[in-house]
Ligand binder design. Structure first.
Ligand SMILES: Nc1ccn([C@@H]2O[C@H](COP(=O)(O)OP(=O)(O)OP(=O)(O)O)[C@@H](O)[C@H]2O)c(=O)n1
Ligand SMILES: C[C@](O)(CO)[C@H](O)COP(=O)(O)O
Length: 232
């Protein structure tokens, strides 16, 4: 199967509180967006990339793609108000049968993790990178009181990339939008239809840059990765 990727970068970064959209912030001297694109550029199993950005940030994103020489970026398309809509816009612009959906805000993803998601999706139909939850998770009653403690051994913190048949994911998106179902990731859209999504055990370093303390943590993780690479 031919694989393409939709990389979503059309958020506002409200929780980061920076003047700019967080995907343009720098990590180790390069933007988060460039680092995410680089991982897909280096993954041989991915043939093309659709980048989803806010209409007002298209020029800035195109400059990064041009300057960094990302040859796989076939199209840059405008996103929507929510991540779910941004992903759907990207899916429509891609032509491959298989699709990986990735947050530009996860700049520490590796080509090996992308490849592992593809392999699992080819075997099971769909897959998502995830890590075992380390904390004990509580369910609240919505009013500040704990009502339940799910069994930790069954809990996973889901990340991106997530890999799907593009046609199947597009159909799931259309159905969710007809039924007014909102989803914070794409696997959710298949789960609600009773379809299987395989878990690919990932790495705690593939963090999503969401709030200001995430950036120095990502700098440390990047430095640790560089040390390991130079030691091998
Ligand atoms: N309308 C949106 C919202 C989010 N995203 C993208 O989805 C990814 C994950 O979203 P999140 O971390 O929530 O980013 P933001 O929406 O930018 O952050 P915030 O919720 O703090 O505003 C990011 O790469 C973001 O750019 C998007 O493409 N379109
Ligand atoms: C898709 C995701 O990265 C999975 O962890 C995440 O849900 C997206 O972030 P958001 O903050 O929910 O938009």
């Amino acid at each position: 199967m031919e694989w393409g990727a939709v990389i979503v970068a059309a958020g506002r970064g409200t929780r980061m509180g920076a003047a700019d959209n967080k995907v343009f912030l720098e990590l180790g001297g390069r933007s988060l967006l460039a680092r995410s694109l680089e991982a897909f550029e280096r993954c041989e199993a991915v043939s093309s990339v659709v980048l989803v950005v806010s209409a007002g940030e298209r020029k800035k994103a195109a400059e990064i793609v041009g300057e960094e020489g990302f040859r796989k970026v076939a199209m840059i398309v405008p996103g929507g108000a929510e991540r779910q809509q941004s992903v759907y816009e990207g899916l429509g612009a891609l032509s491959t049968d298989g699709v990986l959906v990735h947050d530009a805000a996860r700049p520490l993803v590796t080509p090996e993790q992308i490849e592992a998601c593809i392999r699992a999706a080819e075997e099971h139909g769909a897959s998502a990178l995830a890590v075992r939850v380390k904390d004990t998770i509580k369910v609240s009653d919505g009013n500040g009181f704990i009502v339940a403690t799910p069994e930790r051994g069954l809990l996973w913190g889901v990340q991106t990339p997530q890999a799907f048949s593009r046609g199947e994911l597009m159909a799931a998106h259309r159905q969710a939008s007809e039924e007014g179902a909102a989803a914070t990731d794409d696997a959710m859209l298949l789960e609600r239809l009773g379809k299987k999504v395989a878990i690919v055990e990932g790495d705690y370093a593939n963090i999503k840059i969401t709030t200001p303390e995430d950036l120095p943590i990502a700098e440390l993780l990047l430095a640790r990765r560089r040390e390991r690479e130079s030691a091998t």
